[in-house]
Design a binder for this molecule. Structure first.
Ligand code: GLN
Length: 197
């Protein structure tokens, strides 16, 4: 299995390190042609969602990536990655990837003093450490979206089909279980595709 990591801005190195530590091969997606590599799942890291969105368009990655996601590529977005994958952002035009039917509040915990960690429960996983950095949270989910975690009454993780999003940063902890959950999604989806051959 090879996991692509969008590496144009933000905390991609931490995801790559974590995956490497667990012997998962990765490929950095920095330009349009990198999308031609063979990879079965993609991680969109935290960072600054407006900058990543702008770069996706400028680097002409946006259209081919949106098409791959539409065709079922499993994607895991953390923090800014969650914002990029959301269909709606409160009080903001959305030129992101429109992949998961959720509404998001950017910088939902306030701006600067808003970084904190806590223990939270992820459905199908259990209690894990969660690191929040100027994090968004989810204010609304469509019926087909599964809520995977709520912390203090706020939705911080969700899944719709092959799209997984978390407000928090599992790559900044030693806990691999959220990545592992995503890798299982990727594996399931590869098996589904292979069935037809
Ligand atoms: N606040 C950032 C944004 O809106 C996200 C922060 C993060 O990814 N750690 O893009």
């Amino acid at each position: 299995m090879i996991i692509g990591v969008l590496a144009i801005q933000g905390g991609f190195a931490e995801h790559i390190n974590m995956l490497k530590k667990h012997n998962i091969a990765t490929v950095e997606i920095r330009k349009k042609t990198d999308l031609d590599h063979d990879f079965q799942g993609l991680i969109i890291p935290g960072g600054e969602s407006t900058t990543i969105t702008k770069l996706l368009h400028e680097l002409a990655i946006y259209e081919p990536l949106a098409a791959k996601i539409k065709n079922g590529l499993p994607v895991f977005g953390t923090c800014a990655g969650l914002i990029l994958l959301a269909k709606n952002i409160n009080n903001q035009e959305n030129s992101g990837l429109n992949a998961i039917d959720i509404t998001v509040e950017r910088n939902g915990y306030g701006r600067q003093s808003s970084s904190f960690s806590s223990m939270g429960t992820m459905k199908n996983i259990g209690k894990i450490p969660m690191v929040f950095i100027r994090a968004p949270y989810i204010t609304k989910t469509a019926p087909n979206v599964e809520i995977l975690s709520e912390v203090e009454g706020k939705i911080v993780a969700a899944q719709e089909g092959n799209i997984l999003v978390t407000s928090f940063h599992p790559e900044l902890t030693d806990d691999f279980s959220t990545h592992n959950y995503f890798l299982n999604m990727v594996e399931k989806s590869t098996k589904k595709t292979c069935k037809f051959f």
